[in-house]
Design a protein around this ligand. Structure first.
Ligand SMILES: CCCCNCC(=O)NCCc1ccc(S(N)(=O)=O)cc1
Ligand SMILES: [Zn+2]
Length: 261
């Protein structure tokens, strides 16, 4: 009995490293950001974000979220500064949201959940040749996360919302141009940053996360439009695209740094 108890205790105490072995990662995303445990880093400069609306190409329902995809063949839509050593090109942005307003975001702040979260996905074009190469590489990606809270209708977002019925079904795409994602960046540029991973397969640990501290607001009808999308292709059983967020992952041996702007 003593041996059994000891064995059980060792497993329990060792759970974190057990998780590392099973999930194969020590820097998985998303996480719960505990503001009191984050480290104010005076060396963190403001992000430099510059997007060119003419780089916007199309919207694609990939059966997990809807991606607004950009032309990354030029250097017009880029982010640099902050924790980033190089400049990263915008490839796509997408959202995660819930079936109900009490869930939806992937990251949480002191366990506070938002109804949705925007991810602006950029890749390190100084170090890698393609996005797909960067996905599998250290410092390959920089994803800016912006929380969405319900309130006033977001005028800039409405153009995107109006196009969603055209991509209702999985694998559908629609041409979408002249959209400036800057309209979804909060006016306050304070952020948290930490080393993490993609939150969907292949969940590679190649992401420098930059989570904006302040949320943006959007309206109930706009969130309803997200929830009217489908996970399923045309002709198959209708499954509303909702709750497409991953559970928070253990922080393990990581520190979240914060700006003092
Ligand atoms: C060879 C064709 C392969 C297509 N290309 C593969 C691909 O795009 N994979 C998905 C990349 C991705 C990006 C961002 C996130 S998140 N939620 O962490 O921001 C999650 C996943
Ligand atoms: Zn995402």
């Amino acid at each position: 009995l003593v041996n059994m108890t000891l064995f059980f205790l060792v497993c329990l105490l060792d759970q974190q490293s057990w998780q590392t072995q099973i999930q194969g990662g020590s820097r998985q995303s998303p996480i719960d950001i505990r503001s009191s445990e984050s480290v104010h880093d005076p060396q963190l400069t403001p992000l430099s974000i510059s997007y060119d609306p003419s780089d916007c190409l199309q919207i694609w329902n990939n059966g997990y979220s809807f991606l607004v995809e950009f032309d990354d063949s030029k250097d017009n839509s880029v982010v640099s500064g902050g924790p980033l050593e190089n400049h990263y090109k915008l490839k796509q942005f997408h959202f995660h949201w819930g079936a109900e307003n009490n869930r939806g975001s992937e990251h949480t702040i002191n366990s506070l959940v938002y109804p949705a979260e925007l991810h602006l996905v950029h890749w390190n074009a100084e170090k890698f040749r393609t996005f797909d190469e960067a996905i599998f590489s250290e410092n390959g990606l920089a994803v800016i996360g912006v929380f969405l809270k319900l309130g006033r209708k977001h005028d800039g977002l409405q153009k995107l919302v109006n196009a969603l019925p055209a991509v209702k079904y999985k694998d559908s795409t629609v041409e979408f141009s002249n959209f400036d994602p800057s309209c979804m960046i909060p006016s306050c540029l304070d952020y948290w940053t930490y080393p993490g991973s993609l939150t969907t397969p292949p969940q590679t640990e190649s992401v420098t996360w930059v989570i904006m501290k302040k949320p943006i607001e959007f309206g109930d009808d706009q969130l309803s439009a997200f929830r009217s999308l489908l996970f399923t292709p045309f002709g198959e059983k209708l499954e509303n695209m909702v709750d497409n967020f991953r559970q928070q992952q253990p922080l393990m041996n990581r520190v979240v740094r914060a700006t003092i702007l």
